[in-house]
Design a protein around this ligand. Structure first.
Ligand SMILES: Nc1ncnc2c1ncn2[C@@H]1O[C@H](COP(=O)(O)OP(=O)(O)O)[C@@H](O)[C@H]1O
Ligand SMILES: [Mg+2]
Length: 241
């Protein structure tokens, strides 16, 4: 495996009586694409919250680029080059698409013109340039998914955490977003993605980690994991899919 960019060990998080994450170990190498899959409620989004600093772990260590980020607040984690998207998207609906993306870019570029240029370049890359002046609230679901990705990309991450960015999209929209994610990765950005769309997982991920009830139940190459009886029982055979 390549040098670990992200190295999570012994990660645990409890909400009241619910153990949402139990002793989780997870690594993402430089430039790698890793998928995190599992049934609804498995703890995937919680894991993202812990890694990105939005939630504080009860136990465990998170190292990013060789330094501990355990317990750091989100803006510090982001400044180090780790950005996430949110499963529940909340753009500022009345602000323009460009302004929404600029908010991410301002963390890197104090000069608003430089931030606007960066935001414009990201919108171009994601095929949203024509929508730059539109209010974010006017976008379609597919465009809002790409806006969410653009906001994260504008912070210039080396590791991008994507939380179900393909869900609810048509096959064509999914295919397009898969291509965009692949292009972002080709620029050297490592990606950890939570995804239920197995076609996207199989075509993008080099490695898949499967969570169930907060525990890692399997890990391996996509085709290995897809044929693992425990994974089929816990997730792939699940009619909730
Ligand atoms: N802030 C919270 N407070 C209490 N329970 C939570 C909170 N966030 C998540 N949970 C619970 O933790 C479990 C894991 O949730 P989540 O990480 O969102 O799962 P996933 O993303 O895999 O669907 C669920 O049972 C969920 O209801
Ligand atoms: Mg989730």
């Amino acid at each position: 495996m390549t040098a670990a960019l992200l190295d999570v060990t012994g990660l645990s998080k409890r909400f009241g009586g619910l153990q949402a994450i139990s002793d989780l170990a997870l690594r993402v190498g430089e430039g790698e694409i890793v998928a995190l899959i599992g049934p609804n409620g498995a703890g995937k989004t919680t894991a993202f919250g812990l890694i990105s600093g939005f939630l504080t772990p009860d136990a465990g260590a998170i190292h990013f680029r060789g330094r501990s980020i355990t317990g750091l607040p989100p803006h510090r984690v982001c400044a180090l080059g780790l950005a996430r998207t949110f499963q529940i998207m909340r753009p500022f609906p009345r602000l323009s698409v460009l302004r929404n993306v600029m908010i991410g870019a301002l963390g890197r570029h104090a000069d608003p013109r430089a931030a606007a240029a960066r935001a414009g370049a990201v919108l171009e890359e994601l095929g949203l340039a024509a929508k730059a002046a539109e209010p974010a609230g006017s976008l379609t679901l597919s465009e809002r998914k790409r806006l969410e990705l653009a906001k994260a990309l504008a912070t210039e991450p080396v590791l991008l955490l994507l939380d179900e960015v393909m869900s609810g999209l048509t096959d064509r929209e999914t295919e397009r977003l898969v291509g965009e994610v692949r292009a972002i990765n080709a620029r050297g950005v490592a990606i950890l993605l939570i995804e239920h769309v197995m076609r996207a997982v199989m075509s993008l991920a080099q490695r898949v980690v499967v969570l169930d009830y907060g525990e890692r139940i399997a890990e391996g190459r996509p085709e290995e994991v897809a044929n693992d009886p425990r994974v089929i029982e816990a997730y792939l055979g699940d009619e909730r899919l």
